[in-house]
Design a protein around this ligand. Sequence first.
Ligand SMILES: Nc1nc2c(ncn2[C@@H]2O[C@H](COP(=O)(O)OP(=O)(O)OP(=O)(O)O)[C@@H](O)[C@H]2O)c(=O)[nH]1
Length: 414
Amino acid sequence: MIWSWWPDNWHDRYIGNDSVIFDHQDHFFELVDALSAIRVLARLPIEEVAEKDFLRQSLDALMAHQNLGQCSIFTAEEGLLQCAVGAGVDTFGGDGVSHQAESVESMRFVLGEGIMGLAYQTGQIQYCRNCKTDPRFKPFVRRALFYGDGSLLSIPVISGEQVLGVLNVSHHLPEFFETWHQHFLVLFANTLGRLLHLHRMIHALGDEVAVRTQSLEQALEESDALRNRYQQLSIKDELTGLYNRRYFFAEGEAMLARAVRYESPLSLLLIDVDHFKRVNDTWGHTVGDQVLCHIADTLLSEARTGDLVARLGGEEFVLILPNTASEGLDMMANRIQEQIASMGFGIVDQSIDLTVSIGMTELGARTSTELRVQLEQLYHEADLAMYQCKLNGRNRRMFFSREMDQIERMPSGV
Ligand SMILES: Nc1nc2c(ncn2[C@@H]2O[C@H](COP(=O)(O)OP(=O)(O)OP(=O)(O)O)[C@@H](O)[C@H]2O)c(=O)[nH]1
């Protein structure tokens, strides 16, 4: 579509039949200035500034290239024409009184009211040749704008069929404005209307993008939190917060690989609570759960950084201690036993006696077999040792020995 600044009926619409087409020769320099104002207007960085600043800069461009005296732009908001920006209006009228900028900013006109309201309502330029005698002119109550017998041009700021506001240009002399002023100002107001519309579209789009970006970020945060939660759930035991069986075997393999590579010692403890069924049977499952958490906390408090503490299920816990050989392992197991036995578990005014059986084994000189097999082997050995503890009366700790491999396993509850 070919777009033009000028509507088809521009001449009748804006100028009327009583006008005299401007004289190019008389106004050559003013015209050059006028075109400069439009060029500056067209180059304003509309993406970067707020609407008010854009309008202010537009008015500055107009004032800088035209000797117009007083200008303002009113925009339509909630059924009123409201002053968005004004330049020079506070000195207008020559009454010697300097009015505050606030009074300009607070000016409002009902749509259709006065010259400006008419320009807005009809979408056509309005020329008030003498504000004192023109019956259409409505003096502003505080006289900051359009005072005396000056002249006023109100030009609708249009984008397509929509009137966005009104550009007002006034002068203290009556009959001041010539036809070429009107041509130029209509062109300026039309350019302004297009840019204002564009500005609003760009910024509305920017706001929409900001809102969408924010909700997208929020959704991402939520899904991250959810993923973390599921990740935690997949590696942690929900009751005690210790690592679970799956993590134990995965991380245990990595610890084993490091120990094999650096030829450093590594030990494993398997801890089983003695007669835990009785706790449940006597105090109920909720207390049983609390006891399991209490034991988990005790194990964590005894473990060093780098140790792996996990709950394999039921009342069975496991620890992998890197850089620890049999002597250190025994000291650790002893500490755990003493801690659990001495503390017991307090409930109301009673204490539940707790003991544990601990099976122990170490990596020793083994270095070659497949890691998973090796970890399962270590676990198997500790389990056999722990079983021996149970056979031997519980509340004890034992190292794995080759002979244990020969003993046939009895059903639990021995
Ligand atoms: N409260 C609670 N009890 C559990 C949980 N997991 C397993 N148990 C119970 O733990 C008990 C384990 O009993 P057993 O395997 O017979 O072992 P025990 O009573 O500790 O006897 P020994 O190991 O031979 O000393 C069972 O009663 C299970 O129901 C749990 O998450 N919470």
